[in-house]
Design a protein around this ligand. Sequence first.
Ligand code: FAD
Length: 393
Amino acid sequence: MAGTHTEPALGIVPTQEETLLREAVAGICASFGREYMQQKRDANEPPRELWDALAARGYMGVNIPEEYDGGGLGMTALSWVGEEIAAAGCSLLLIVVSPAIVGNILDKHGTLEQKERWLRGIGAGTTKIAFAITESDAGSNSHKLSTSLRRDGSRFILNGQKTFISGVEDADAVLVVARTRLADGELGLPSLAIVDVDAPGFTRQSIPMAVRGADRQWTLFFDDVELEEERLIGGENGGLGVVFDGLNPERIMGASISTGVGRLALSLGAAYAREREVWGRPIGAHQGVAHPLAEAKVQLELARLMTQKAAALYDAAAPGAGESANMAKYAAAEAAIHCVDSAIQAHGGNGFALEYGLSDLWWAARVARTAPVSREMVLNYVAEHSLGLPKSY
Ligand SMILES: Cc1cc2nc3c(=O)[nH]c(=O)nc-3n(C[C@H](O)[C@H](O)[C@H](O)COP(=O)(O)OP(=O)(O)OC[C@H]3O[C@@H](n4cnc5c(N)ncnc54)[C@H](O)[C@@H]3O)c2cc1C
């Protein structure tokens, strides 16, 4: 994209627009509260009322172009929304997937008809589309994907399985990464297809997970699912390039959610350390308690800055967006884990009592070291692309 980008704008001091947007999102989330999320999770129901309340004010499609009913404010603003939602103790994983991954792929590669059919709803927050790339036999190696799309006249037939797919219970459709089955039976380049959740031949099974969020993870089964050609985004054999256009937004949102989780954990940890007295003064007066929290705060603010940089570069289509998005995702995941761990330690035994809300945050923070892209694959990227080291795999 070198030569075609606009000047990236990295605001160091929040603008009034950013402050107002953050306050509004935080206010809506606070009116639902952690109890609402717990009720939804215990009832196995998606947190739809919260999503709808945020969507009604335009926040769930704030990055999508205005001509498609979005806010036109790019990934920078969506990352503010994601961070505030997480900092309020509400987890909406579909924000990583629907407006960020699928929205950006449709915006860049969808035809006018496809944008009208799906992007407009994503912009308004009324359509939710999950994203399915992971397969148990392929893992981090996307060249080994085996879900297949076979042409049959003007239609395509989809077969295969996906795993760990988030939010399908509350999605209208899933954007599935599959590979073309060539005439000789071999698998060719990847193509992306939008599959409705109620399409005949599409079934799913819930995966019991330790992560205590309201969103669930699923194994998906595609058994001769028929698709019209209009459902292929980026065309037949669109290639991994189309997929990759969704991955930097995914990393930016993964980072934003981690920094939100980190903020929440530190605020709980610091509040407890200011009040709890064991030796006649607050435990926060002991450096053994204060320093881990302070270190985590430094790590968190560095990660937030890199996340803002990544979003600014992405929105400007400037060089370095991929490197920054990977670094932001890595730094934010590690910072969030450090924040939650320090906050748990500061709480003593109460860190493990459900009432204090920290044990819920543990898995929310820890999962970010593995998903949506693992720590090791980010380090592989940085080693190869930033440092010019040989690829090991
Ligand atoms: C809560 C949750 C939600 C998810 N949601 C979605 C979703 O919505 N859609 C979707 O498509 N997927 C989703 N995933 C899947 C997720 O993206 C993958 O789990 C993740 O990318 C890791 O892939 P894997 O599990 O196959 O691990 P593997 O690829 O099997 O890796 C196992 C370990 O080996 C390491 N490793 C692998 N290759 C290398 C290498 N070359 N060098 C160094 N280390 C290596 C990995 O880093 C990891 O630590 C989700 C996962 C979770 C846990």
